[in-house]
Design a protein around this ligand. Sequence first.
Ligand SMILES: Nc1ncnc2c1ncn2[C@@H]1O[C@H](COP(=O)(O)OP(=O)(O)OP(=O)(O)O)[C@@H](O)[C@H]1O
Length: 236
Amino acid sequence: MAPRTASDLVVRARGVRRAFGPVTVLDGADLDIARGEVVALLGGSGSGKSTLLRILAGLDPAASGDFTVPAQHAVVFQEHRLLPWKRVIDNVGLGVDDRTRCTDALAEVGLADRARAWPIELSGGQAQRVAFARALAREPSVLLLDEPFGALDALTRLRMQQLFGRLRARHGFAALLVTHDVEEALLLADRALVLDRGVIAADLPVELEHPRAPDAPGFGVLRRRLLDLLGVPSAA
Ligand SMILES: Nc1ncnc2c1ncn2[C@@H]1O[C@H](COP(=O)(O)OP(=O)(O)OP(=O)(O)O)[C@@H](O)[C@H]1O
């Protein structure tokens, strides 16, 4: 891989620190994301993944460190966070002037026919699709995703992961994907980072052909390596 220059980077963070009272959660974390690159962020529960994502999203003014994230970013959380008093299309259109972009985004996630529905009328998977449409309508150069598929049932999660792959191929956005799911990281990401004791402790390139599948050659080896990096021992 050619060395990355600063101009290739869409996200650059250096020495990110955050403590809550006496507890230091991030202790000088460094992170780069290149244009169009999907980076998974893993780590034990409470290791600070969401804290780092929130900082990059500009949602935590108390953090310190140097970080640049383009203004044109969008965030998707585990919960859809749709406004219940706005119809689907108006949720997608929040802060976006161009209505065509909103209609197109809704069509891209397969929900053109639900534009006039209320959020309460949607399934969990559909609501999360709308959350992605809302993000897409902003034409982001980077998506910040905090376990966006974590609350979905296994089948819906698989469909959403496939949708994410198609959207990424079409739009070329970069993404930071916080996930607990090793398989998800290896299906979707170009690199997998492991956050441990406040720093990025490992950076694993995922050099697998697309479309990827858990039974494809090379997948199992990478899964084992990533589990090792996460400190999960192999079954005896
Ligand atoms: N607003 C807050 N006030 C106090 N402590 C907080 C706050 N936000 C996060 N923390 C603490 O910071 C640590 C990291 O939390 P964070 O949610 O970033 O971890 P995580 O890696 O995303 O965890 P999980 O995988 O369980 O979602 C935890 O110990 C958490 O309790």
